[in-house]
Each structure stands twice: as C-alpha cells, then as structure tokens.
Design a protein around this ligand. Structure first.
Ligand SMILES: *[C@@H]1O[C@H](CO)[C@@H](O)[C@H](O)[C@H]1NC(C)=O
Ligand SMILES: *[C@@H]1O[C@H](CO)[C@@H](O)[C@H](O)[C@H]1NC(C)=O
Ligand SMILES: *[C@@H]1O[C@H](CO)[C@@H](O)[C@H](O)[C@H]1NC(C)=O
Length: 319
C-alpha cells in the first residue's frame, strides 16, 4: 500500500518536472521569436503610449456624449482655409446622413508661416473640427499626421464605430459608405479595414519621391495596403494600430505604413465587392457616383459645382 503511494508520487513528480521543462522551452522560443521580429523591423521608436508631439489644438470634448458612428480624419495644411470651408459645405458636413452621427476632424501640423497660426486658432474656435500637433506640416510627415488622428480617436473617441481617413482632394459619398457598406442596423464589423487595395515595391533610387532606404525597410515588397486617398476601418482597431505603429520605424508613406502595421497584426484587408473606391480621375456621372464611396481627385471648385446636383441625384437615381 505505502510503496504504491510513493511510486505514484514519484511518477507525478517526474511528469511535473517534464511539464516545467517543456514550459521553459516554449517560453524561451517565444522570447527568441519576439527578438527576431523586432530586429527585422528596426524598432527605433520607444514605446510611446500618448501623442508623438504635443497638441497645439486638441478638441478633447469633440467626441463627448453618445459615441459617433463615423469619424472622418481629413489631412489638411494650416493655410488651406478655403478647402476646409468647401468640405464643410459638401461631403464633410456632419449632418448629411439622416440619424447617423458623424464627426469631422481636420488633421494639421505646424505651418512655417506665423499668421496662418492665428487664423487657424480663429477657425478652430468657430468650428471645433481641427486638431493640430507641434510637428512641421510637410509631405514627409504625413505618417505622423495620420498617427495623430488615430491616437486622438483611440484616446478621446474610443467608442466610435468606424473611422475613415480621406484626403481633402477627393469626391466622397458618405451615404453609400454608411448605408451600403457599414450598415448601422447590422452588428458592428470587427477587424474591418476597407479601401482601394494597392501593392507596391520599395523604390531604391534616391531621386524618387518614394525613395526608401534598406535600413528603413528591408523587404523587397510592401504588403497589401489601402490607398491613402480613402480607407475605412472599425474604431476598435485604432488603439491596436497605434500600438503596433509605435514599435516600428515610420515609413513616410502613411498608407504603406498602415499596411505594414495591419500585416504584422494579422488583420486582413477587406476586398470591396465592386469598384467602390476609384483611384483615377473619373468624369462626374450623377447616378454612377451614388453607387461608390470615393473618387480621386476633385478640386474644391469642382466639388462646389457638382454638389447640388449630386444631392438631387441621391433622390433621382435608384437601383
Ligand atoms: C449640412 O447638411 C444639413 C442637412 O442636409 C443642412 O441643413 C446644412 O445646411 C448643411 N450645412 C452646410 C454648412 O452646408
Ligand atoms: C515667426 O515668429 C517668430 C517669433 O515671433 C519669428 O522669430 C519668426 O521670424 C517668424 N517667422 C516668420 C516666417 O514670419
Ligand atoms: C517632421 O516634423 C518634425 C517636428 O517638427 C521636424 O523636425 C522634421 O523636420 C519634419 N520632417 C520632415 C521630413 O519634414
């Protein structure tokens, strides 16, 4: 009897030690994996949790109350006052889609010219739709600008259902996006990311506008990404994208950079069922435009001109 018990105890002890040994091996393996992946992707930024640069204009209560269905993040330059004015009167009007709460945010960096700062402050106190961080507003800082928007949503609008980043030189149809794609009456789509899917290779020629060094990005191809002209994602992804971004070297092409983040997060880009996001200039066609989300590219004067007719088209064109 007593002998049996000690034998059983010994057996259990052996099993226990084997288990500990395997657990330790698995742990070490994981550590090794983490180290190699960070090495491959050049971690240069410390893991900042908050904003990358101090906010000059933050609008912390823009998203107070009931969470919005859609947040529009629109990159804009401080001096582009007239363009913002046109967008407020056309597709960036927050009350276009009946019963749907939309919040519009213009993303600004710091300008080089002093008096635009003054006018931005005035404009901001009138419309409360501008956020601005203290980084230079340049083409190569566009990744920082997009990340500012994503940080803002993560922290100050964390329960927004969906977020759209859309360029200011676009035609955008919020009705089609909300009613036909996002469909507020249906359950929230999680890990959802949609847009004009693109694929590209890193340019290694130093004269190219899209030059990228091997140190910044060493693979011979970029993962699939959505063109920065207009992409939409579930709000729940915002803090996850921001966290992933903070682990990586910032590639100056914000759309490619987000694609890299998504690939590392294992998030798949949703393929549009039809040509909902148009990458090339398409002639205005009232009924066709009621069945798509974005068209590249439209100037403010073109937008102002077509908008009244487009509002009518939404009623005239069916099916
Ligand atoms: C925004 O849209 C609403 C609803 O269509 C309209 O009443 C309002 O005048 C528009 N605002 C601007 C600035 O155009
Ligand atoms: C902006 O203002 C600062 C200090 O007020 C001044 O030093 C600088 O020269 C100004 N820059 C321009 C472009 O006017
Ligand atoms: C981006 O902004 C930072 C902070 O203002 C500035 O130091 C840097 O020169 C800018 N980078 C580019 C490429 O313009």
């Amino acid at each position: 009897m007593g002998k049996n018990i000690t034998q059983n105890l010994r057996k259990m002890l052996k099993l226990y030690l084997l288990f500990l040994f395997l657990a330790a091996l698995a742990f070490m393996g994981l550590q090794y994996l983490c180290i190699t992946t960070t090495l491959v992707f050049n971690t240069v930024h410390p893991r900042i949790i908050g904003p990358l640069y101090p906010y000059l204009i933050e609008e912390p209560s823009k998203c107070g109350g009931d969470p919005p269905f859609l947040v529009l993040l629109i990159p804009s330059k401080p001096q582009d006052v007239l363009i913002r004015d046109v967008l407020r009167k056309t597709w960036a009007n927050e009350s276009l889609v009946l019963g749907i709460s939309i919040k519009r945010i213009f993303l600004l960096g710091r300008s080089f010219v002093n008096n635009t700062e003054v006018s931005v402050e005035q404009e901001s106190s009138t419309f409360h739709d501008i956020i601005q961080q203290d980084f230079l507003d340049t083409y190569h800082n566009l990744t920082i600008k997009t990340l500012m928007g994503i940080e803002w949503v993560s922290r100050l609008c964390p329960r927004a259902s969906y977020v759209m980043k859309v360029d200011a030189d676009m035609f955008f149809n919020p009705w089609f996006l909300v009613r036909q794609i996002l469909q507020p009456e249906k359950p929230l789509k999680l890990e959802f990311f949609i847009g004009l899917v693109a694929r590209g290779i890193p340019f290694r020629n130093k004269d190219s506008k899209w030059y990228i060094s091997y140190e910044m990005y060493s693979n011979n191809y970029y993962p699939y990404y959505c063109s920065g002209t207009g992409y939409v994602f579930s709000g729940e992804l915002s803090p996850r994208i921001y966290k992933e971004a903070m682990r990586l070297a910032f590639i100056p092409f914000e759309d490619v950079f987000l694609g890299i983040c998504l690939a590392r997060m294992g998030v798949h880009i949703y393929k549009p069922a039809s040509k909902w996001f148009v990458g090339e200039k398409a002639e205005y066609n009232r009924c066709h435009f009621t069945r798509l989300v974005t068209v590249h590219h439209y100037r403010p004067d073109e937008l102002l001109k077509l908008w009244p007719d487009f509002l009518k088209a939404l009623e005239d064109c069916t099916g």
